[in-house]
Design a protein around this ligand. Sequence first.
Ligand code: SF4
Length: 431
Amino acid sequence: MSRDFRLSKSKIMAGVQCRRRLWLETHRRDLARVSPASEHIFRMGHLFGERARPLMGQGELIGHVLDVGKAIAETRVALKQASDRGSMVYEAAFSHRNVVARADGFAPYAGGWHMTEVKAANAVKDYFYQDCAIQAWVAEGAGYPVHKVTLACIESRFVYPGGGDYDGLLRCIDVTAEVDRRKAAVDDIVEDLRAVMSRGEPQIAAGSHCSSPYACPFMAHCGAHAADTRWVSRRSAHHATVGSPPALAYPRHFLWLEAIASPVPMWSGTRPYQRIPVQWSCLTETQPGTFIHRAFLDSFDAPSKDDFTRTLIDALGYDGAVIVATSVERAGLNALCESVPERRAELKALMRRLVYPTPGARMAHDVADAARCIEVTNSESAQRAWWEAASSATDRERRHRLADDLLCYGRQQTLSLHEAFSAHDARPSTD
Ligand code: SF4
């Protein structure tokens, strides 16, 4: 006989992905190892969810993140008021058959309710329907018939005009029919999963399901290998470049940029998930063996395209080749052209000075300076560090530590680029 374990929407989704995962979530949570990539995806979802709320209309936000009982009680009152006023309730909490779920948005609609689920994604994925079906099943079981279900995703064509105006960022898709079709199966799924939780650990072998649709936090326990490639460093191909270096005059500028991507664009003229540069590091060799290093790390609170552009143009001046390792720098400069049109001509002139090392100029910086920069040792960890520092949950001391690491990493990148370039430059020509 199955015990009446409490379930949540995310536990059911975990169980649908893999029954062993659900069992481990319930009985051996201590074995979970949440990957930095998963944490980052969660952070982006949270960021987008917060921005989406004001776009969905006036409403009351239900708190009590850790106390579902209080959240459910508060939801009852809020829904009564929303029904009278025709307003929205955010994070509405429900319970049915000891399954709890929270709806991102819940509002009165056609004698019933309209449920909205927010997803920081450009396209609808199949598991979103399942997610909504579980939520609607719980809300209906709690006495709130769901007559319409909407997915609020990212409108990828949205271009941020600036000034906090995000009107148009959401793409709302009516998924009522598909969710209704799947709702009927939720009863059986819940029963089946409770049976799984009541028995011993299922012996399910690791496989492709361990990474899809979510990276499972029990991969180490099961001996699975992470297949989540979303965070593979885009700088892993530093040696894949073009051309031979011309005999360059001095000054020579060795430039490196780091960029971040956000579902909520931060600079005017940019789109969701478009990479925007937030840090640069430049090593200028004014004459053989004489160097000046300059760097800029954008504010974590409010990245400023103007400060970034001004300091970069000042550092690079108006002459000398700008040596870069990959196309990331060109893409970053292009983004600046869109966002800072008044400096477009200078940025375009700067782009004409870009020079790439040859295929032989291989860089090994992603690992070489790990000891010196402590936590930031590659592009992936640099982006994570930036987001962690930008979080309001990060304390001052930690923020300073991360900033130091980011600057250290940037400096090492330019030193490494110079080293790689010079090694090639010094080689006798075989032409
Ligand atoms: S690692 Fe794979 S097999 Fe193990 S619990 Fe997770 S999804 Fe299941």
